[in-house]
Design a protein around this ligand. Structure first.
Ligand SMILES: Cc1cc2nc3c(=O)[nH]c(=O)nc-3n(C[C@H](O)[C@H](O)[C@H](O)COP(=O)(O)OP(=O)(O)OC[C@H]3O[C@@H](n4cnc5c(N)ncnc54)[C@H](O)[C@@H]3O)c2cc1C
Length: 369
């Protein structure tokens, strides 16, 4: 049976579902997720942080645009989306250059002496620590609440969100995209590629030149929480070669790995975890004796590190929504709103549009060359 819609979104992570929530009601939306459950991949594996000053300049703009939505949950979610955590960027001397780059252009940071930072997080290695930048407004995101509220909103506006629908083929004829899964066929004039680590695979299925959006593995472990740790902010050396944050009475440590890898159901590499824990141990006085659990997920980056949002210039009705990197949860309110505007032919800030459009990679020109 063939089902028709105005728009078919491929991917049931935060990108696809938040867009469905924004645009359903104005357009008939079908969303296809290949797995049995939504948010199974990157969206369900994040560190769940909102850090206003995290990321390159375009991401910082998107953070700023997303923050009011995340702070004011009334009428959207049953409970607040953000809770206070704070974030501390650390300079151990070797990170001095990265530290200066980080604070340049950052907003709302308090510069702390090594003693002040150590008083807040007593496990920090006082002998090595030089200074810190504290962002008191950095917050934990209730990702489950954010995702399920977008999901609820999408459904209530009439979007048809379908799991177990792995897209296997796409073809385009007479202005209509035909999207084929194992058991079903769907048709619409517009297809949105929100497949996370698999966006380039979807482009290939559609006969469109991939952009080179590369999945990079990021891993984490949970260790028993040291006493008092729930009062600590997230701690990150400016060189970002590990980070740690309190997590429900325990401590999450990430090696901050960013190894390029084929899109797959990601799992951690024991050696990468061990090396990351070693870097954490050298920067602190905490001995890690037991790991309770570990996981990995994929953060997908375009060649210039900025998101890719907009219509392709090498195929009619093919819309990219990918390359959210390590910021796809915190930027989802802005990115979904921008994507919905572009899909409905509404204008957005011209500079921002130029920074995120897929046409910046000149796909058409390269194909013709
Ligand atoms: C360890 C880690 C920590 C992170 N920390 C943060 C953080 O603190 N803050 C933050 O903002 N971001 C963070 N991120 C990044 C964030 O998780 C991602 O940017 C975001 O989840 C990307 O969402 P997505 O919907 O694009 O991808 P996904 O959640 O991966 O969704 C894409 C979906 O597409 C589906 N799909 C793929 N191919 C097909 C197909 N052929 N047919 C049908 N469906 C298909 C997949 O099954 C998947 O469900 C972190 C990521 C990791 C891994």
């Amino acid at each position: 049976m063939t089902t028709t819609a105005d728009l078919i979104i491929i991917g049931g992570g935060i990108a696809g579902v938040s867009l469905a929530a924004r645009i359903a009601g104005d357009r008939r939306v079908i969303l296809l997720e290949g797995e049995d459950q939504f948010a199974y991949h990157s969206t369900g594996r994040s560190a769940a942080m909102f850090i206003r000053n995290y990321g390159p300049p375009v991401i910082r703009v998107l953070n700023r645009l997303s923050e009011p939505f995340l702070r004011d949950h009334e009428g959207f979610s049953e409970s607040p989306l953000l809770s206070p955590r704070g974030e501390m960027t650390l300079d151990f001397g070797v990170d001095a250059k990265e530290f200066d780059v980080y604070i340049d252009g950052s907003k709302g940071l308090e510069i702390l002496s090594a003693d002040e930072a150590h008083a807040m997080v007593p496990i920090l290695n006082r002998d090595r620590l030089q200074r810190a930048a504290y962002e008191p407004d950095a917050s934990e995101i209730d990702v489950h609440m954010l995702f399920s509220s977008f999901q609820k909103q999408a459904k209530s506006k009439g979007a048809d969100l379908k799991a177990k629908q792995m897209v296997e083929a796409l073809s385009h004829q007479d202005g209509i995209w035909r999207v084929t899964t194992k058991d079903d066929v769907f048709e619409a004039p517009i297809v949105v590629n929100a497949a996370g680590a698999w966006v380039d695979h979807i482009a290939r299925h559609a006969g469109i030149k991939p952009i080179g959006i590369t999945p990079k593995r990021r891993s984490a472990v949970i260790i028993p929480g040291p006493e008092g740790c729930m009062d600590w902010p997230m701690i990150v050396p400016a060189a970002e070669d590990w980070y740690a944050k309190p997590d429900a009475g325990r401590l999450m440590i990430s090696p901050a790995d960013a190894d390029p890898i084929e899109a797959h159901d990601a799992y951690p590499d024991d050696m990468v975890l061990a090396e990351g824990i070693d870097r954490f141990s050298q920067a602190t006085t905490l001995e890690v004796t037991r790991v309770e659990r570990s996981w990995a997920g994929l953060r997908s980056f375009a060649p210039d590190g900025d998101p890719v949002v907009g219509f392709a210039d090498d195929a009619d009705g093919f819309f990219w929504l990918g390359g959210q990197g390590g910021y796809g949860i915190q930027t989802s309110p802005a990115l979904s709103s921008i994507a919905a505007s572009l899909l409905m032919g509404q204008s957005i800030d011209a500079d921002l549009e130029a920074s995120i459009t897929p046409t910046r990679f000149n796909t058409k020109i390269e194909m013709q060359a």
